[in-house]
Design a protein around this ligand. Structure first.
Ligand SMILES: [Zn+2]
Length: 396
């Protein structure tokens, strides 16, 4: 989740600090006891990848989004948007130790570095809204689940412990994360490595502390995995509401995909070195990408989803609620009644999602037995969610 954004390489850093007041436009709900100010800071690592209009546009978008979609939600006091020089996937980051909320968006969402022209702002708008949706969702989620806040701190503590252990011992035989399918398998291998390496009493204490941390981490991971599916649906819905376009996310991802932007360079390099492999790889990547994009579209009939949670890889948290995306658009979001009440829709969605997470967590996941995340059926998750959404959205 953490973006390897290297501050040392920063050439230009520009700060824009803008404050927005909460304007309550809800007819039935009051805004008085909710947030009053969110500060948005923008950091641009390399201005060669951003045209002159982008910073101003982005801050205007943030202003509009806060007022149109979020007047009824609690948000962090400060959010920093980093226009990252990397072409990596956009991401949201929460740093619990310093209570920092960051959004990283790669340069390719603003500027095509090969063809040297700005990317259409409609795509950066969707991506930005999606990441901001994550911020809003996680802020409320963390307020509700304090244990998860501890989990984030625990994660930080665990990686720190692992790092200092690495400094004490030789890298020989140390497991490499690349060789493991899941982080659980990697952690298990790592624990075995610790067990073999411990020699002194200091090592022994260190080891038992690490095992304990690691076990707590696994227990909390079930909640994280469950949460991610709702989190991604919420973020995509924010993008769709903000752009009033059911294809906002699938189109943004399609037209800013690295193989679209870097096509000339990649095609030339790969075709020369290994043409056979190039065609096979491109086909595979494209097929996988197309099915993921269809699953994230709010108006597409070509969805492919598995029944069990365990068949869904970590990249596919996005696909769990593929069916509910179409349901939301065709029954509610496409109608002007809901388009005119976006801020209430957002609040209703958040409340319903959190109560669904609560249901699964309290009735299934917190059970002390061997209950696994894959015992949760995806169709059932969709059915339950759609029933709850119908009820809540029909009454606004
Ligand atoms: Zn996301």
């Amino acid at each position: 989740m953490y973006n390897k954004y290297d501050k040392l390489k920063t050439i230009f850093v520009i700060y824009f600090t803008v404050s927005f007041s909460c304007i309550a436009s809800a007819q039935h709900l009051s805004c008085s006891n909710l947030f009053s100010k969110t500060e948005i800071q923008l950091e641009i690592a390399d201005k060669n990848f951003v045209d002159n209009k982008t910073p101003k546009n982005l801050l205007n978008q943030a202003n509009q989004m806060l007022n149109d979609l979020f007047p009824l939600l609690q948000l962090p006091q400060k959010v920093t948007i980093h226009l990252s020089p990397l072409s990596s996937e956009p991401t949201m980051e929460y740093k619990p130790e310093q209570n920092l909320w960051n959004i990283y968006i790669g340069e390719r969402y603003f500027f095509n570095p090969i063809l040297k022209y700005p990317t259409h702002p409609i795509h950066s708008r969707a991506i930005f809204a999606h990441e901001f949706g994550h911020i809003a969702f996680n802020y409320s989620f963390l307020s509700k689940y304090n244990q998860f806040k501890e989990y984030d701190l625990l994660n930080a503590e665990y990686s720190k412990a692992r790092k200092s252990f690495n400094q004490l011992h030789t890298p020989e035989g140390r497991p490499n994360p690349k060789h493991y399918q899941t982080s659980e398998e990697f952690d298990e291998a790592y624990q075995k490595y610790y067990a073999l390496t411990r020699k002194t009493e200091k090592d022994m204490n260190f080891y038992s502390n690490l095992i304990e941390l690691s076990e707590q981490k696994f227990a909390n991971r079930k909640l994280t995995t469950l949460k991610r599916a709702y989190d991604e649906l919420f973020a995509d819905t924010i993008a769709v509401l903000f752009t009033s376009n059911p294809h906002a996310i699938s189109e943004a991802l399609k037209f800013t995909a690295p193989w679209n932007i870097y096509t000339r360079q990649l095609v030339t390099d790969a075709m020369v070195t290994n043409p056979k492999r190039f065609y096979k790889r491109t086909r595979q990547v494209q097929d996988k990408r197309d099915s993921t994009l269809n699953n994230r579209d709010f108006d597409s009939r070509n969805k492919e989803v598995s029944d069990d949670f365990d068949l869904i890889g970590s990249e596919n948290y996005h696909s769990v609620f593929a069916e509910t995306r179409d349901f939301l658009w065709s029954h509610f979001l496409k109608y002007s009644y809901y388009q005119n009440r976006k801020h209430i829709v957002v609040k209703v969605l958040l409340d319903v999602f959190l109560s669904e997470i609560d249901y699964y967590y309290n009735t299934i996941l917190s059970a002390p037995t061997e209950t696994k995340i894959n015992q949760i059926n995806i169709q059932e998750m969709n059915d339950r969610l759609q029933r709850a959404l119908s009820q809540a959205l029909t009454n606004i």
